[in-house]
Design a protein. Structure first.
Length: 457
């Protein structure tokens, strides 16, 4: 849905300063029906809570906003940290037209209309236009490419917002023309300030209802919010509605729990947070930290991750980071995967917890991974080298006649089944890929392999 904060959709004003609509006006009939998070949205930079790293005194973004200076930019951060609010404050402070789009619901057609009107407004009235594109990562390459010339020419100022890493989701050509600002999850004290402000504000908040909140309830809202102001305000508003219906005036922890219904953990199964958490799990296990491994596994499970996804990654870990230091690790990981398939959640969570601790405390070796990487690099370099004739199979008389299998030594005919015989292509004779460590069972394998290699030499 397109939200155009202007007197009419694409109408050119007679007097820019007089006709620029207040982006935060609250005198319309539907204002009181809007969610608390929308009503209480900061209108001025001085009201904005959090992001001190970007908006503290003397910071570049602060100076730009206070000076009304416009440039195309991208706000990258999780939900509810102020991306949209900052864009609106910038538009209001600079006296610009403000067009807000969601990349989920619009396309090039709508952007084209705004760009055309923006050129006319700038040419005839000197009015600048800000195009705010929420979830810009949802635009495909062609749609993002369409924005390029308008940003380059300065026809409009683009402010994009995304919860995803722009390095992967925004075209490099467009990204190079945007100044990227990273917004962090709000600190607990920031969320607490926002809650208190909402309870006190009589015009836009809950102040006129004389509702109070207990300390334990406030702490619970802060915890459930996870750094997301919108989530905090939604829970606060739902809690206030509950106590009002019960003819009460104090929000307690029970009311918050009932309003929240279930804990909303910050997680997007197809977003960056998904990969951040699995990365944290993998690295915790690699560093032999079972407590952190259990925590990150629990974070994913409690947020709704598919347990089979976690189990598959643990199977990979068993070979990649434990390998032959503990050969049974792969068996244990596969068993955990099968347990997840058979019993599902919540029962299989313990099976995952078991393999997480097992893998964390197992001796580590990446020798197998290193060996296979080296093999792939060698194949890429040397190509399809011929198989030595003596280890080729010779099922026909013709093959025997031309030398297939000639000179092959059958290992079981030799002591300890050890035979001095080359198996590599001639060009790779003597090449070694697998170099075991001296950790876990791999120490035994190393001793065997070293003995074999020394005997061969």
């Amino acid at each position: 849905m397109i939200q155009v904060c202007w007197a009419s959709k694409l109408e050119r004003p007679v007097n820019a300063k007089r006709n620029v609509m207040d982006l935060f006006q609250n005198d319309d009939l539907t204002f009181k029906q809007r969610p608390l998070a929308d009503r209480i949205r900061p209108q001025r930079l001085e009201e904005f809570v959090g992001q001190e790293r970007l908006l503290g005194p003397g910071k570049a973004l602060t100076k730009a906003i206070e000076g009304g200076r416009l440039f195309s930019m991208l706000f990258w951060g999780p939900p509810g940290v102020g991306k949209t609010t900052l864009a609106q404050i910038i538009a209001s402070r600079s006296g610009s037209k403000f067009h807000s789009f969601s990349a989920v619901t619009v396309g090039v057609k709508e952007v084209k209309e705004v760009a055309q009107q923006a050129r006319e407004d700038l040419k005839f009235s000197g009015i600048r236009t800000i195009l705010f594109l929420d979830e810009i990562h949802r635009f495909n390459k062609a749609q993002q490419d369409y924005l390029l010339p308008h940003v380059e020419k300065g026809d409009l100022t683009l402010i994009g917002a995304t919860t995803e890493n722009p390095s992967f989701e925004v075209n490099s050509a467009l990204l190079s023309r945007l100044r990227v600002f990273i917004l962090d999850p709000l600190e607990p004290e920031d969320i607490e300030t926002i809650i208190n402000n909402a309870l006190k504000d009589e015009d836009r908040g809950l102040g006129k209802y004389n509702i109070e909140i207990e300390g334990s309830a406030r702490n619970l809202v802060v915890s459930l919010a996870g750094g997301d102001a919108r989530t905090a305000l939604n829970i606060l508003e739902a809690s206030a509605n509950l106590v009002e219906m019960n003819n009460q005036s104090v929000i307690d922890a029970m009311s918050v729990q009932e309003a929240a219904q279930r804990r909303n953990l910050l997680y997007d199964k197809e977003g960056e947070q998904h990969y951040n958490l699995i990365s944290a799990l993998h690295k915790s296990l690699r560093d032999s930290d079972p407590d952190a491994g259990l925590y990150w596994m629990g974070r994913m499970i409690e947020a709704g991750e598919d347990p089979l996804y976690i189990a598959r990654r643990l199977v990979r870990f068993a070979s990649e980071d434990v390998g032959l230091a503990v050969p049974q690790a792969l068996e244990q990981a596969v068993a955990a995967f099968q347990a997840c398939r058979y019993v599902g959640l919540p029962e299989c969570a313990l099976a995952l917890a078991q393999i997480v601790v097992y893998l964390a405390l197992a001796p580590k070796s990446n020798s197998l991974e290193a060996a296979y990487i080296a093999v792939k690099e060698e194949i890429k370099r040397s190509g399809s080298l011929p198989t030595p004739l003596h280890i080729r199979n010779a099922p026909t008389a013709l093959m025997k006649q031309i030398g297939y299998g000639k000179g092959y030594k059958y290992a079981h005919d030799f002591p300890d089944a050890l035979v001095d015989q080359e198996h590599m292509p001639e060009q790779l004779k003597g090449k070694k890929f697998y170099n075991p460590t001296d950790r876990g069972f791999e120490k035994t394998l190393k001793e065997r392999l070293d003995a074999k290699r020394e005997s061969k030499e």
